[in-house]
Every structure is written in structure tokens, then in C-alpha cells.
Design a protein around this ligand. Structure first.
Ligand code: PXP
Length: 238
């Protein structure tokens, strides 16, 4: 059965809009876990636009399930991860002007640095996942640099508006799952998934964990965190 890790970044986005102390992503994480989430995901961005260093420290102490820290491949972030020891680090590309993570990590281009940083994080007991496009060459490179897992970027599937384009993107995801499975990589998926578009992705066997944020926090703003998480869990767990 697939797992759901709830990304609480956008609770912090609301807090940062006012520069005050609420709403607190720590409280959101507690509620998500009480509703049954299998993990909590946060992205500490270099510009600290939502999650703050204080959140990382406190969440490390309060998360009862699994902490997935999304971060850029920089020395600063690797140092923070080595001090925090999240259960999982997901390495993502990061651009200062993007609204959200755009595109996957170019593992082929970054392979030398990645090999070194992946090993460093793994030596500290951290599971390392790479956020990549559903692309076979990137999957092979992820295996080559020693990653434990990949997170398949579902953004292009979620952005596809017509049935043919959706089918094409689902086909890419299916091929990516099959290639990653053959190489023994664990498979996560996320980005842009919501209550309406997740069905066809759930129908593809092999995805271990979904990382979902925006749609859950959006629904939570209207119906409450626990209900929003439970309703997504009902879909993910079938
Ligand atoms: N996975 C990764 C690597 C991400 O960067 C994000 C966005 O922070 C997500 C999953 C969640 O995406 P969304 O907020 O669209 O559900």
C-alpha cells in the first residue's frame, strides 16, 4: 500500500506572509500525523521563503512518523541535514525566481558532486532520494550516483490538460517506474498531485510514497487539516 507524506510548506507560506508566528507548520504536522499521514515533508529553501531553520529543528523533535527534508544540493543544506538527521533527504533543483520547484534535478550533469554528497548523507544514516523527471537516462544516473530512491516529478502529468497529453505523461511515468524497479531504486512521486488527478497515478503499481502539499493545504484552509489529510489518505490507501 502506498504511503502519504504531507508537505506543510504552505502553512509556513501563510505565516511568512505576515511575518508572525502562526499558523505553525509544527502544529500542522501534528494534525497531519493524527489524521494518519505516514510522513511529513518540508522544503528548506535557500531564500527561506516558507520553512525556517527553527521549523526544521523543532520538527525533527516532534515528528513521530518520518521526516523528509527537501533541499538544494549546496554545502549549506548538506551541513544542515547532517546536523538535523532527517529520515530522508530529497535533493531538488532550486531557482530563486521560481514559484515552486520547476523541473527535476539534472543528475547526469551533477553526477560528480552528487556521488560525494549522497555518500556523505548516507554515512549519517539518511535515506537519499533524487527528485527527477521521468527520464530513463536520469534514472540510470541516479542509480550510478548511489541514490536509495527517486522521486518522480509528476508536474508535467498534472499540467497536461487534454486526455492525449495526460496519457503520454502517464506513459513516461510508467516507463520510469519500470526502469527504477529494475535498478532496485525505491520510487516516490509528487508535485501538482491533487484529489482529482491522483487516480491514474495510483493505478500504476510500484510507487512507494507520495509527497503532496499544495492541494492538501488548500483544502485544509477550508475544511481543516485532519479532514484534508484523511480525504487524501482514503484515495492513496484505496
Ligand atoms: N515533491 C517535491 C520534490 C517538491 O518540491 C514539492 C513542492 O514543494 C512537492 C513534492 C509537493 O508538490 P505540491 O505542493 O504541488 O503537492
Amino acid at each position: 500500500m502506498a504511503k502519504l507524506s504531507v508537505n506543510v510548506d504552505h502553512i509556513a507560506t501563510i505565516r511568512q506572509a505576515r511575518g508572525v508566528s502562526e499558523p505553525d507548520p509544527v502544529a500542522a504536522a501534528v494534525l497531519a500525523e493524527l489524521a494518519g499521514a505516514d510522513g511529513i515533508t518540508i522544503h528548506l529553501r535557500e531564500d527561506r521563503r516558507h520553512i525556517q531553520d527553527r521549523d526544521v529543528t523543532i520538527l525533527r523533535q516532534t515528528i513521530k512518523t518520518r521526516m523528509n527534508l527537501e533541499m538544494a544540493l549546496t554545502d549549506e543544506m548538506v551541513d544542515i541535514a547532517l546536523k538535523t538527521i532527517p529520515d530522508i533527504v530529497t535533493l531538488v533543483p532550486e531557482g530563486r525566481h521560481e514559484l515552486t520547484t520547476e523541473g527535476g534535478l539534472d543528475v547526469i550533469l551533477l553526477q560528480n558532486t552528487l556521488k560525494q554528497k549522497v555518500a556523505l548523507l548516507q554515512q549519517a544514516g539518511i535515506i537519499v532520494s533524487l527528485f527527477i523527471e521521468p527520464n530513463i537516462a536520469q534514472i540510470k544516473a541516479s542509480h550510478k550516483v548511489g541514490a536509495d530512491a527517486i522521486e518522480i516529478h509528476t508536474g508535467m502529468y498534472c499540467d497536461a490538460r487534454i486526455a492525449g497529453a495526460q496519457r503520454e505523461q502517464l506513459g513516461r511515468i510508467e516507463l520510469a517506474i519500470s526502469a527504477a524497479r529494475k535498478l532496485g531504486l525505491r520510487i516516490n512521486a509528487g508535485h501538482g498531485l491533487d484529489y482529482r488527478n491522483i487516480g491514474p497515478v495510483l493505478a500504476l503499481p510500484g510507487i512507494e510514497e507520495f509527497n503532496i502539499g499544495h492541494s492538501i493545504v488548500s483544502r485544509a484552509s477550508l475544511v481543516g487539516m485532519e479532514r484534508a489529510v484523511r480525504e487524501m489518505l482514503e484515495l492513496v490507501k484505496g
